[in-house]
Ligand binder design. Structure first.
Ligand code: CP3
Length: 347
């Protein structure tokens, strides 16, 4: 690329998503706000998490904080995957000690019957509105990433009643009442399509689906319970914007993740990117996958591992630098900065 000066951050990001070559890999970080930024913590003093999410001006402010500090190529809209379950009739809150909790866990057919996907647009108009506010501030210089949870990942939170290590209850329900579980996945899928179309209409350049619980499913269940619903969502948004699917710990099923139709795969830190690239077609971009533990380690170590990933991916069209999962709450800002600069200065 000879005229790299004139490329906007947004161009660079979108080209990487579409598997085209760029001068250097674009960078953003999953859960870039997290709880690690002092400016985020200061804002959190005055508001609950859900209040920040539901206020478009405040959500836009939190979205922009990491862009101002680190100059990422893309801004991920500040929201949560649980806004959809809340809109359908199951409220949630953040726990002081970490983790999330929904008001009541789904337990019966009556609970699932009560969920109403058609409430989504009225209830979560704040996220598309926040996207509009962010666009005004960012102009066309940087990409905006909209997102939603995958139907399986959201369903597991709704059935477990909050974060769970292994989703034992959800998996048991899935085996014993497949029709009920199917009805739940169908409702979430319907709501997610409405929600994501509104985000795209408001100006989201890219959509990421977070299937962070995908790896808790038995391998032979992944397509039926997670993959095919993501495929349905991606088909419904119809190639209007590139899509990224982050399916965590699904290393045995890359062909199924590719089958969702995603433009790019978000890769967790449990596998080498070059090994994933051997198993997926060249037209599918990859995003990842620095171990988030490096954000609380010595910055020199973080720089070293970042360089290893950059070298490993040198010359592969369609590579986006990211963490292999979210920013830990106690991340060291110096480590984040060191990693970011290493990617931004890569030649
Ligand atoms: O820059 C950003 O922060 C992006 C916005 C974003 C958030 N959540 C904000 C958030 C995104 C993309 C998510 C996705 C999300 N939320 C996922 C999928 C990705 C993943 O990390 O696996 C999941 C499973 C959730 C559900 C959720 N939300 C959990 C489990 C938690 C608690 C986490 C914890 O460590 O306690 C949240 C809270 C949450 N969502 C925070 C943020 C910034 C922490 C807020 C705070 O404590 O102030």
């Amino acid at each position: 690329m000879n005229n790299s000066e004139s490329i906007t951050h947004r161009d660079r990001f979108l080209r990487a998503c579409k598997c085209e070559s760029t001068d250097r890999p674009p960078i953003w970080m999953m859960r870039q706000a997290g709880r690690s930024l002092p400016e985020y913590r200061a804002l959190k003093e005055g508001y609950k998490f859900t209040e920040l999410v539901q206020n478009p001006e405040l959500a836009a402010e939190v979205t922009l904080q990491p862009i101002r500090r680190f100059g990422y190529d893309a801004a991920v809209i500040f929201s949560d995957i649980l806004v959809i379950s809340e809109a359908m009739g199951q409220p949630y809150e953040l726990l002081e000690q970490g983790g999330v909790k929904v008001d009541f866990a789904l337990n019966s057919k009556a609970d699932v019957d009560k969920l109403d996907p058609s409430r989504v647009l009225d209830h979560i108009a704040y996220t598309p509105e926040a996207i509009r506010v962010v666009r005004k501030e960012l102009g066309d210089e940087r990409a905006i990433i909209g997102f939603a949870g995958s139907p399986w990942t959201l369903a597991s939170f709704m059935v477990e009643g909050g974060s769970s290590r292994d989703n034992l209850r959800s998996r048991a329900l899935l085996y014993s009442e497949p029709k009920l579980f199917h009805a739940l996945l169908e409702k979430i899928t319907e709501a997610t399509i409405i929600y994501l179309k509104a985000q795209i209409e408001a100006g989201a350049d890219v959509i990421q689906l977070f299937d962070s619980q995908g790896g808790t499913l038995a391998p032979n269940k992944f397509w039926e319970v997670s993959g095919r619903w993501m495929q349905q969502i991606i088909a419904a948004i119809g190639g209007t914007v590139p899509t990224i699917v982050f399916a965590r710990n699904v290393h045995h099923n890359w062909n199924k993740v590719v089958q969702t139709g995603a433009s790019a795969l978000g890769i967790d830190w449990g596998i080498r990117l070059s090994d994933v690239c051997k198993e997926i077609p060249a037209h599918v971009a990859v995003q990842g996958n620095l171990d988030p533990a490096l954000l609380i380690a010595e910055p020199e170590a973080a720089i070293g591992e970042t360089q290893t990933i950059l070298e490993e991916m040198r010359g592969r069209d369609g590579f986006i630098f990211n963490l292999g999962h979210g920013v830990p709450p106690n991340a060291d800002i110096n480590a984040i900065m060191a990693i970011t600069k290493t990617v931004q200065n890569f030649k």
